[in-house]
Design a protein around this ligand. Structure first.
Ligand SMILES: Cc1ncc(COP(=O)(O)O)c(C=O)c1O
Length: 388
């Protein structure tokens, strides 16, 4: 059975340890489920909170009491419309549309932006290229051209030379219609594509009438760590998709934003692909509710981490370092003398969860709003006792 892990092994990417994805392990579901609901824990994995069903319903009940949730009809009106308007404000785009998945948002954006052209340039490590079951090729008859193999992103120079070199590589002309950029890059441990590269790529694509799509599933993480606003990121792209479930609390969903002409084509695309759902208000209401306080929470989260990180680094046996162009993912190297299993077990007693390390006792940890659940001193104490 091919899994993400053995796909990586067979595709040769396993030689690049920093590129091994570690976010969506099934282990996380168990980790979460065996925590008593009254105990708030810190999880150093994932980008946000995954609500248990009971908590989900409770939060929606509160949200409904604060501001009655209006239902939508096939994605029109009610809380869905409110959420779409909110995303227009956040991204500065003219129009937004709720979709059932980010995969659909990426595929439709690449399909519409590339028009009649068959080629779409993507990053070799991107979700669009590796995790969407070849939909572009098999459903939309687009040829995805991957760039930046073995690197966290492709540069403007690489993009330009790939596009301008095409006439020498292929006899029959079939131009590039769109470029898609993922930011931050999940398979590169959340590394951020530098804004200077994005600006150059955007300028080039606009001048050459090439559509530019942002897979911004986790753009909030890039923005919180880079200081570049979501609106600024979005301004360089024709379309941007943001996930509703990575950190906005919904159980699924995506919003795609862009100009009115592009987004107006999406309802038909959704219908013919069976993606128009009768009622969408539960996911929309949860994301809308989370967004009310999310900016503030993320700021507190970054601040709390900036206080905690040097304190943990003062402990003997722990060395945490930021990644180059990193976002909320850090490398935590623990002395080889420390038994990682007993360290993890001990940390669990303090309500702190981490994924297991690699063979060198290096943990990749993700910072998310759960670090607000315990004061820094308690976390330092927990680590001190756990590595003793
Ligand atoms: C970067 C990125 N893009 C797109 C997606 C697809 O999202 P969905 O699960 O909503 O299809 C994911 C999901 O893991 C992702 O990590």
């Amino acid at each position: 059975m091919p899994t993400r892990k053995n796909f990586l092994r067979t595709s040769g990417l396993s030689i690049l340890p920093a590129f091994i994805p570690f976010s969506e392990s099934l282990a996380s579901a168990k980790e979460i489920n065996d925590t008593p609901p009254d105990q708030k824990f810190i999880k150093f994995y994932g980008d946000g909170i995954v609500h248990e069903p009971g908590d989900y319903l409770e939060i929606l009940k509160q949200a409904h009491a604060e501001e009655p949730i209006q239902r939508d009809r096939y994605g029109s009106g009610g809380i869905v419309e409110k959420l779409e308007k909110k995303f227009c404000e956040i991204t500065g785009k003219e129009k937004a549309i709720l979709m059932p998945t980010g995969t659909m948002a990426n595929q439709f954006a690449m399909n519409i932006l590339s028009r009649e052209n068959t080629k779409v340039i993507v990053h070799d490590q991107s979700h669009s290229y590796r995790d969407e079951a070849d939909a572009a090729q098999s459903v939309f008859t687009k040829r995805l051209v991957p760039l930046g193999a073995g690197k966290p992103y492709f540069s403007f120079d690489e993009l330009r030379s790939a596009i301008e070199g095409l006439p020498n590589e292929e006899v029959f002309r079939s131009p590039v219609g769109a470029v898609a950029i993922e930011n931050p890059v999940r398979r590169a441990d959340g590394r951020i594509v530098p804004i200077e590269e994005i600006k150059l790529i955007s300028d080039y694509c606009r001048k050459n009438n090439i559509g530019l799509h942002l897979d911004g599933a986790r753009i909030y993480m890039a923005s919180a760590w880079s200081g570049v606003s979501i609106k600024e990121y979005a301004s360089y792209f024709d379309t941007v998709y943001i996930s509703l479930y990575k950190y906005l609390g919904a159980s699924a969903g995506a919003v795609l934003c862009g100009d009115a002409a592009t987004i107006s084509k999406m309802p038909h695309q959704m219908k013919v692909h069976g993606g128009v759902m009768a009622g969408n208000f539960t996911n929309a209401a949860m994301a809308h509710h989370t967004l009310k306080t999310f900016d503030e929470k993320l700021k507190l989260c970054v601040k709390a981490w900036n206080e905690l990180y040097p304190k943990l680094n003062r402990l003997t046996g722990i060395k945490i370092s930021a990644l180059n162009n990193g976002s909320n993912v850090y490398r935590m190297e623990v002395s080889r003398e420390v038994n990682s299993k007993s360290m993890l077990d001990k940390l669990r007693e303090f309500n702190i969860r981490m994924y297991p390390p690699d063979q060198n006792n290096v943990f990749m940890i993700s910072i998310n709003e759960t670090i607000l659940n315990q004061p820094a001193e308690d976390v330092v104490k927990a680590f001190t006792r756990s590595i003793a």
